[in-house]
Design a binder for this molecule. Structure first.
Ligand code: NDP
Length: 334
């Protein structure tokens, strides 16, 4: 039997378990060139919230009654494709389900690198790593001695961005929502400073942590944090707009940043991106990230939730900040 979470309704505010419906149904017979993948792990991403909405975006919305979209890794359990034999480890849009029947061409076989654990293939060596690597390097071109500020700094993307910034010789300041997160990014990951935005006034915190102003901002959250950073950007500063999680559950129009006017006098360059823009360069990133991990220069942590049934509840960890690292649902054992 295939166990699945279907999208039952579109959320208003934070996603609720009632927005999903559990279904169990027989796994269909395979057609020519199809495979059945048993899902091992499923990535929960802030983007999931956007995919639940009926709005035009970079991917079509998940239809009501359809299996909820999700990136996952799995193992080919049955196959009618010579290109993906039984036992192959794959990654793809497997969805919130225990088994995914799909054309083999939609799956990416994964190289099994000795010493790299399975969960790295849903984070640091996957879309998360690509987002951090290209979102920082390609868009902001950091130089040694520059000051880089990153928000959601202890999260999956942010924690990698800050460490890559350190590798490139920047002064790195992270903004995060708990003292434990601030302690982890400074004492374990080597950020130069951290600001707990829930207990510190961010403008004052930035003034103290960035005495020479801010050259680069890696934007993950939007809202008042973006406003505070804009006011302290340096001439010719660069902002990579990766995400704005503070707005994803908004039920009212969100006010624009008051300090946007800084863009003019400071000649700022602001650029958004979607990780899909960089898929054709994923090997370049994967090789570099694996090398940095091996050299002990890049660390990451994963927050693994047990069981597909827990997925709807777990999604909100991303919005209340209780995830500690890349949020993953473990669906089955290897
Ligand atoms: P994280 O692991 O960073 O988890 C999300 C974190 O966001 C939470 O832990 C919380 O940390 C923080 N957060 C939640 N609500 C708020 C808020 N209102 N204000 C400030 N911080 C908040 O998730 P990811 O690393 O997967 O994603 C980080 C960002 O990157 C998201 O905006 C996401 O949409 C974006 N993204 C963009 C991609 C692209 O292609 N452009 C691809 C992948 C991700 P805290 O305790 O610090 O509040």
């Amino acid at each position: 039997m295939n166990k699945q979470w279907l999208l039952a309704s579109r959320p208003v505010g934070n996603p609720q378990p009632a927005n999903f419906e559990w279904q169990e149904r027989a796994i269909p017979d395979l057609q020519e060139e199809e495979v059945c993948v048993r899902v091992l792990q499923l990535s929960l991403d802030p983007a999931s919230r956007g995919w639940m909405m009926d709005i035009k975006s970079y991917l079509p919305p998940v239809a009501l009654g359809a299996v909820m979209r999700g990136i996952g890794i799995g193992v080919v359990e049955t196959s009618r494709s010579a290109s993906l034999p039984v036992g192959t480890l794959v990654q793809g849009m497997l969805g919130w389900q225990t088994h995914c029947v799909t054309p083999a061409s939609r799956m990416t076989p994964l190289p099994e690198i000795p010493g790299i654990p399975l969960d790295a293939y849903l984070g640091v060596l996957s879309h998360i790593g690509l987002t951090a690597y290209f979102g920082l390097l390609d868009i902001t071109d950091p130089k040694p001695g520059e000051t880089l500020v990153v928000s959601a700094a202890a999260g999956a993307v942010g924690s990698l961005v800050g460490q890559i910034g350190k590798i490139k010789g920047c002064r790195v300041v992270g903004i995060a929502g708990t003292d434990e997160k601030c302690d982890w990014i400074t004492n374990t990951l080597g950020f130069d400073d951290a600001i707990n935005y829930k207990t510190t006034q961010v403008p004052a915190g930035l003034k103290k942590a960035c005495p020479d102003g801010i050259d680069i901002y890696f934007e993950n959250v939007g809202g008042p944090i973006l406003d505070a950073v804009l006011a302290q950007m340096n001439l010719h500063g660069r902002i990579s707009v990766c995400g704005m999680i503070s707005q994803y559950n908004a039920t009212e129009p969100v006010p624009g940043p008051y300090n946007f006017i800084s863009v003019i006098a400071k000649r700022l360059r602001i650029q958004g991106f979607i990780v899909l823009d960089y898929m054709d360069r994923s090997e370049e990133c994967m090789m570099q990230m694996a090398q940095w991990i091996g050299a002990g220069k890049l660390k990451y942590r994963v927050d693994i939730v047990d069981g597909l049934n827990a997925a709807p509840d777990a999604l909100n960890k991303l919005f209340n900040g209780s995830n500690q690292g890349k949020l993953i649902v473990k669906v089955s054992e290897r």
